[in-house]
Design a protein around this ligand. Structure first.
Ligand code: PLP
Length: 386
């Protein structure tokens, strides 16, 4: 069978093979430490759970409008006002099935066959796959310490071509955890504007910032497309709820796309998410942020003794992007061997980097400090044998 040629551009997640191996080892009685999947161990916060249960009891199980519950769009607009000093009209906010739904809408609206898209390498692979599925060619630009592991204005200028339509950022980034500061973000935005392009900013890890206050591209203007989600900071991965903030003129065509592609996001999930903005919930989420910061610091300290700490500490998300080249040039083999010998599951860099992923791995700090300390000991034993 010959499938649509765009599907050939979508690579599988190599980590799924590792996850299967890890599960098989667990089934055989091994104690596996899971640091591979991008999902912390916390349950959804209690206020969200209660609101979700009440929504079901109250019978909120029918479609909402395609762009989402008006009260939720309003709550998100208030969130931007209070925490980011950004004035965002609720009409510019579309509620989607996860950030994934927002990325699908944005990619379908913004690019078509023959268009080019700029993205940092390494990146979250689904972002480039969404663009490829919409027919675009993705130009991945290798980044490193010099530009804070992000695209900067000079890279945008150097790699922009006549058929480039948009640049895409993710801040904090998956897999590096690095963020753009306000000046860097503004400079990229300016470089894109000068070229009459569009900027898409994936802010799904917003709020999981450990050193500086979180930032939104929405504080710097209203022409960027901003993707966000209830998955990460709000701890609601399985509810499948996110949002897209778009310039006013894009709302009508995006709503048409939403009506046709998914009709609306999950209704009970939208009602539950209203509770995510209460002060009670915020307190829980901020406590969790502190827990994640502590985990990051424990890992950084432990791994630096092994010569494995990242060249810059990540400012956000819950990942470390580690150069393993002093031990291996084959990240898949390194991860498989670490799993088979020491029962620690981490992700090979080839899932995220188009170039150079063989010498990187991603560790997610998605388990408690005691388990992370155990993982460091196991990794230390493992690399001492290499
Ligand atoms: C950078 C980035 N964007 C988007 C997503 C999609 O998240 P969701 O659809 O759960 O909101 C993820 C998930 O890990 C991610 O890391």
């Amino acid at each position: 069978m010959v499938w649509n040629s765009r599907v050939a551009k979508v690579a599988p997640f190599r980590v799924m093979h590792l996850l299967e191996m890890a599960q098989a080892r667990e089934a055989s009685g091994y104690d596996v430490i899971h640091l591979e999947v991008g999902e912390p161990d916390f349950p959804s916060p209690d206020p969200v759970m209660t609101a979700g249960q009440s929504a079901l009891s109250a019978g909120h199980t029918r479609y909402t409008p395609a762009a989402g519950l008006p009260a939720l769009r309003e709550a998100i607009a208030q969130h931007y006002k209070h925490h980011f000093q950004a004035d965002v009209e609720p009409s510019r906010i579309l509620i989607t099935p996860g950030a994934s739904g927002a990325l699908l809408l944005a990619s379908q609206l913004l690019v078509e066959a023959g268009d080019r898209v700029l993205m940092a390498d390494p990146n979250y692979p689904c972002n480039r796959h969404f663009m490829a599925l919409a027919g675009a060619e993705v130009d991945t630009v290798p980044v490193g310490r010099e530009t804070g592991w992000q695209l900067d204005a000079s890279l945008v200028a150097a790699h922009w071509q006549p058929s480039t339509r948009l640049a895409m950022l993710a801040s904090p980034s998956n897999p590096t955890g690095h963020t753009l500061n306000a000046d860097a973000l503004q400079a990229v935005q300016q470089a894109v504007r000068q070229r009459e392009g569009r900027l898409v900013v994936d802010e799904i890890y917003q709020g999981l910032n450990y050193d500086d206050a979180p930032l939104s591209a929405l504080s710097l203007g209203d022409d960027a497309f901003v993707v966000n989600s209830f998955s990460k900071y709000f701890g609601m991965t399985g509810w499948r709820l996110g949002w897209l903030v778009a310039p006013e003129e894009a709302v009508e065509p995006l709503t048409r796309l939403a009506q046709n592609i998914f009709l609306a996001a999950s209704t009970p999930a939208q009602h539950a998410a209203l509770a995510a903005f209460t002060p009670e919930c915020r307190e829980i989420l901020e406590d969790r942020r502190q827990i994640l910061k502590k985990r990051r610091d424990v890992l950084l300290a432990g791994l630096s003794n092994l010569g494995l700490a990242p060249d810059m500490p990540p400012q956000g998300a819950f990942y470390l992007w580690l150069d393993i080249s002093r031990y291996s040039r084959d990240s898949q083999a390194f991860c498989e061997q670490l799993l088979m010998e020491e029962n620690v599951a981490i992700t090979p860099g080839i899932d995220f980097a188009v170039q150079g992923g063989e010498q990187f791995v991603r560790i997610a700090f998605t388990t408690d400090v005691a388990r992370l300390e155990d993982a460091i000991e196991r990794i230390s034993r493992f690399v001492s044998r290499l």
